[in-house]
Design a protein around this ligand. Sequence first.
Ligand code: ASP
Length: 542
Amino acid sequence: MNVVRNFNELTVGSNVKIFGWIHRMRKYGKMIFVDVRNRSGIVQCVVKGDEIKKLDSVLEESVVEVIGSVVERIKKNPNAKLGDIEIKVDSINVLSKSKPLPLEIKDPEIIKSTKEETRLKWRYLDLRRPEVMQSILFRAKVARAFREFLDAHGFVEVETPYFAKSTPEGSRDFLVPSRIHAGKFYALAQSPQLYKQILMVAGFEKYYQFARCFRDEDPRADRQPEFTQVDIEMSFVTMEDVMSIIEDMVKHVVKSLTGKELGKFPIISYKDSMNMYGTDKPDLRIKEKIETIGNMKYIVSNVDDDGILNDLSKVKDVKFSYKGKGNFDDDLKKIPKSGNLIAYAKFNESNWESACKSLGAVRSIIGKYSNLLKEYRFAWIVDFPLFELNDSGEITPSHHPFTMVKNPKMLDDPLNALSLAYDIVLNGSEIGGGSIRIHDENVQRRIFEILNMNEKDINERYGFLLKAFEYGVPPHGGIAFGLERFVSKLLFKENIREVIAFPKTSDWRDLMSETPSEIPKKYIDETIVPMIKNLKDRHLVK
Ligand code: ASP
């Protein structure tokens, strides 16, 4: 008799043994219908006679072993994947009993009203729910498709340290105090950026890694403190080379997962994207674009949903109107009408960006009420500004300080300089980004100067990279994909936690294992006390 692990391989007429969880049990006269579930699906098993006794006081979600024969169902269930067959049970054995459940598994309707926190506390039960299980399995298939493509195209998988030196991604580091070197710290890698560039210096030529990245940013709905990047770097390439191979890779991933063939991805400059979509991550499924006439930007739409009015009233700095309600004024007359004018904003040089963003927000609202198709619209965004001003008015890199400028002459006017950086966008989210790197010492120096970094800062942070660059560095560039974001977008799920087996809550706790947690006294004595003593000796803490 065959042990069948993939229920889709059950064939009528065979004698089989299967294992799984009792998804649902129904008594029907002298029979019990037991739906047995495993990772591959759910199959109905019909238990009769003496075997029924074995299910006394057994609850759903208990683990069973079933031996029987696969038969065609008399009453087929067209709604179930395996609704044409069932197993006539010769013997059923309970391998492990379940207690009454704290979380609904079998009814997808009930779970909709369950708080996410409850799902995360009981994550191992939540993961049993077919929908959640399928998302995690889908993620594994996406990862496999990436690997397939990269392996076939000569990329080598190399691991780089998680215990690293502070990296240049510009977020706050998670720190790990060193026990052996009291007062010194590792930073958990924000990305493998510097290491992957050094791998190019070493001659690996084409590298990839599924790298866990750690960033101690302020929590936000679509962020996690740790996430996975598909990190890629190549030598002797131009920006066009990188974009072309990466586009092929994305097409391969989408084709393997969904069977869909994608056309060429449009390439849109940052400036055009802001002007037309009011964002650098446009959702191209929304057909409305921002129009410009003179110093006025506006958006016209035939969207029909009264709910929109409330959303529109929350957008800053725009005049809006929907079915005659809103706050339009006389300026309106200057705009030619080619449909229902929904919103407009005046702009000048200094508020161009915020006017674009406000109308971009209006455009997203229109999208929300537009019944967007479940299709994938990718785009490349290029020609980003190389630098930007931070909240304190200081000049900072828009990406990281190793991003190549489009033309070195542009550095004479830094705030207008463009970079050789590129983002890949899917349905309104940035799913990946990268750049051609600087391999010319003079350009790198100019950039550090512009960033007001002194020799000491540079050496402390990046000395090891710059030293490596003194020994023959190939021109190189790369990209990194946010795996969770990509997978959730492919599944049309807004929440990245749905594609992470053990995600943190929005305030970054793991409710299942109760992390973060206090630590045993032993660790405090061995690591924390010497660390504080060292910092005190150096007058860094009182
Ligand atoms: N390290 C970059 C990031 O994490 C990606 C890249 O430039 O390849 O955004």
